[in-house]
Design a protein around this ligand. Structure first.
Ligand code: SF4
Length: 478
């Protein structure tokens, strides 16, 4: 963990904050970003999987299963999802076909992976995974157990919607070895909930967390979002205090990503009620101060965890990882993606992504064709920068000598262009450069502008045109 001084917002130079905060910068949930991935032929995707199985570095696996359906669409949501069709028969048939497709894909991938590689982490996300129903989830889960070598102590987690999840569903999940749930909460303020079309009273969330604890799930996570219309520092403070009272094990405290040009439901947001950058910084600071005062540890950019939670332990062990699911404990695992739009990450080799459209995903599996659509094979430079950016997001620092040792490079020489920009960021108070050359982000200014620091090391962001503050240099599509 970084020993950093947490400043009050009033201590910060707001001119500096405003200089960087208005710039659109990728979030780097992957490096390189998906916009740089290529269309992939089935043979190349198979070759990447075989290579991963031969090198066995790492040996063990994680699986992400994506269910792209929701009962209704929340306005803020940027996930890959679609809403229930009106015709119930058609909905049932589509869900059934999707379950079948996931089972086929699991069997296919399982046949390409050696049986002695342990499956240590499973995460169901979406969309709303419970949309598949108890039977659908059980069928897919059992197919996964047949196709892969699930470790006895594997972490098996699922995202649930408190508005839709029943006690029966949770009981069934627990029996199937699910041991962690992640709950979309977002905000407890009624006006905010109504505006973003996600109404779930505090009592509903409290009942759900109580049920999870009674059923002895190992952990319950919350997702909260700050920076949405109608949110104010006061409403955020209230939401954070109610969250602390409910005491989830882990909290993802996300900044609202406003991209209406890509997310149609966001076009219905009342932009006149969006908080400005300075107010959003204040909201981050409120979460930071209240969660840490309540005993949570700040993990990476925007997660908080109890000290005995796996995420906090991973942060202390140096095994923290950041991927499309947020901060995870899965460092040292090759990740396979199941379902439409899912992404696999074969460490040191590359990314593999499935087709995005649900119908195409199902059709391809029904006709025994590949579902891989895009891929990115890592170059040496990709691997160097990926390791640096991932560590930066997880730990808020760049360990110069670790990078040099791991990749056999001279850091100052390799990153001479980037270091000139970092010096400007140091003058503006986003980072400090230590005598030995390590770079640390400050808190909260550097933390909330961490994307700005990471973007300096992104080789795909047009290095010649790159200047801090020039919006055209950045793409906001990751
Ligand atoms: S927040 Fe969850 S329930 Fe709402 S649209 Fe997104 S995936 Fe669906």
């Amino acid at each position: 963990m970084i020993g950093e001084a947490i400043q009050r917002t009033s201590d910060l130079d707001m001119d500096v904050f405003t200089k960087y905060a208005g710039v659109s910068i990728p979030r780097h949930v992957s490096y390189p970003m998906p916009s740089w991935w290529d269309v992939v032929h089935a043979d190349e995707a198979t070759a990447m999987l075989r290579e991963s199985d031969q090198t066995r570095q790492p040996n063990d696996l994680s699986i992400y299963l994506h269910v792209p359906y929701c009962e209704a669409l929340c306005k803020f949501c940027a996930c890959q999802r679609s809403v229930r069709r009106r015709d119930l028969t058609e909905t049932t048939e589509r869900v059934e076909a999707y379950v079948e497709a996931m089972i086929r894909e699991l069997r296919r991938l399982g046949g390409m992976v050696s049986g002695d590689r342990k499956l240590r982490q499973v995460h169901w996300g979406g969309g709303t995974p419970t949309y598949l129903g108890e039977t659908g989830i059980e069928r897919v889960h059992l197919a996964m157990r047949e196709a892969f070598n699930l470790a006895d102590d594997a972490e098996v987690s699922i995202e649930i919607d408190p508005r839709l999840t029943t006690e029966n569903m949770l009981t069934r999940l627990r029996r199937l070895a699910f041991n962690r749930v992640s709950m979309g909460v977002q905000d407890f303020n009624q006006e905010v909930q109504e505006h973003v079309r996600r109404v779930q009273p505090l009592k509903m969330v409290r009942d759900m967390i109580d049920t999870c604890r009674r059923l002895e799930f190992d952990a319950v996570n919350f997702d909260l979002i700050y920076g949405m219309p109608y949110q104010t520092p006061d409403t955020i403070r209230d939401t954070v205090e109610k969250t602390i009272e409910l005491s989830p094990d882990r909290i993802a405290y996300y900044h609202y990503a406003q991209i209406p040009e890509k997310i149609a439901t966001q076009r219905g947001m009342d932009y006149t009620k969006l908080p400005d950058s300075a107010t959003k910084l204040e909201m981050f600071r409120i979460g930071l101060n209240l969660f840490t005062a309540a005993g949570y540890e700040l993990i990476g950019l925007d997660h908080f965890a109890k000290p005995n939670d796996g995420l906090a332990i991973a942060a202390r062990d140096g095994t923290l990882q950041r991927n499309f699911q947020g901060m995870t404990t899965g460092q040292g695992l090759d990740m396979l993606g199941i379902g439409a739009t899912s992404i696999g990450h074969l460490s040191g080799i590359g990314f593999l992504q499935n087709v995005k459209e649900t119908d195409r995903y199902v059709e391809r599996l029904q006709s025994d064709r590949t579902v891989f659509e895009k891929a990115k094979r890592f170059s040496f430079d990709d691997r160097v920068r990926q390791a640096l950016i991932n560590h930066l997001y997880c730990y808020g620092e760049i360990k110069k000598h670790d990078i040099e040792r791991r990749f056999d490079i001279d850091f100052d020489d390799y990153f001479s262009r980037e270091l000139r920009i970092i010096e400007e960021l140091e003058r503006d108070g986003l980072v400090t450069i230590e005598p030995a050359g390590d770079i640390r982000v400050t808190c909260p200014l550097g933390r909330v502008l961490l994307r700005t620091v990471a973007a300096v090391f992104d080789a795909y962001l047009h290095p010649e045109a790159y200047r801090i503050g020039e919006q055209a240099c950045f793409s906001a599509n990751a």
